[in-house]
Design a protein around this ligand. Structure first.
Ligand SMILES: NC(=O)c1ccc[n+]([C@@H]2O[C@H](COP(=O)([O-])OP(=O)(O)OC[C@H]3O[C@@H](n4cnc5c(N)ncnc54)[C@H](OP(=O)(O)O)[C@@H]3O)[C@@H](O)[C@H]2O)c1
Length: 228
């Protein structure tokens, strides 16, 4: 399985660094190629900078670490080219007003995860993950004791099985959990995209910049919150 990260900004760099330190071989790509090349040179063997086209062609899993509006463009323009691949979406649909206050850029009650999922061509696999911590917490929070939990959501195997890691894992959830673990965190499934993506996106009740009020949850805390 080949993993690519597209976007090497704040969150992309955190995800790439965590995965690379955990031993994952990665393709990385960015709109400005030189930034991906510089990060690959910094991280050394195992991280290869490629063009976006090459990342899309070679990867089985693509972590799309770019802003929601750019994701929408990417997903719709690439269309069926992404069929068979797993897209992992860390986005939070927010902007900042002229006073620096955060506002959501999509309608109330709708998540960027739902909108991205609904924009995919047939046969593209999808999960929401790696967006539940700030870039700083992602960079500094790996491999703590106890480990910090990263919530994720997907539409695989959710029917009747509840959240919080219950039930057998399909290929999407297994791969998301593998990547979260490689990066030094504990994966906790929060539910399906419709049930959970709004909750695990920024300002949601399961996000540190929302209901968790700055707390990066452990696995126990995460499961307690889901059980409520
Ligand atoms: N920052 C956080 O703490 C945080 C936390 C959780 C989730 N997120 C989410 O993560 C995503 C990225 O946020 P960020 O803070 O990392 O943003 P950022 O620092 O502004 O980085 C965005 C990156 O995306 C690249 N990019 C934009 N369009 C692209 C395209 N079409 N193809 C390839 N690369 C493209 C940019 O390339 P250039 O270098 O060429 O501009 C830049 O490297 C957002 O959806 C955000 O909501 C962020």
């Amino acid at each position: 399985m080949t993993t690519a990260v597209i976007g090497v900004g704040n969150i992309g760099k955190g995800v790439i660094t965590g995965l690379a330190r955990g031993g994952e071989k990665l393709l990385i790509a960015n709109r400005t190629d030189s930034k991906a090349e510089a990060l690959a040179a910094e991280l050394g063997e195992g991280v290869t900078a490629v063009s976006i086209d090459e990342a899309v062609e070679r990867a089985d899993t693509i972590i799309l670490a770019i802003w929601f509006a750019d994701q929408q463009k990417f997903i719709t323009e690439r269309g069926a080219e992404l069929a068979g691949k797993l897209i992992i979406d860390p986005s939070n649909p927010i902007g900042f007003d002229d006073k620096g206050q955060v506002f959501r850029t999509v309608d109330d009650g709708v998540s960027s995860g739902q909108l991205n999922r609904d924009s995919l061509a047939d046969g593209v696999k999808f999960a929401k993950a790696f967006g539940t911590l700030s870039a700083d917490s992602l960079a500094s929070g790996a491999n703590k004791d106890p480990k910090v939990a990263l919530f994720y959501a997907s539409d695989e195997n959710t029917a009747g099985q509840g959240a919080g890691n219950a039930g057998a894992k399909g290929e999407i959830d297994s791969e998301v959990e593998r990547l979260i673990s490689v990066a030094g965190f504990t994966p906790v499934k929060a539910g399906s995209i419709d049930e959970a993506s709004l909750r695990i996106e920024v300002l949601g009740d399961l996000h540190p910049f929302g209901g968790l009020n700055g707390v990066d949850p452990t696995e126990d805390t995460a499961k307690e919150l889901l059980a409520k």
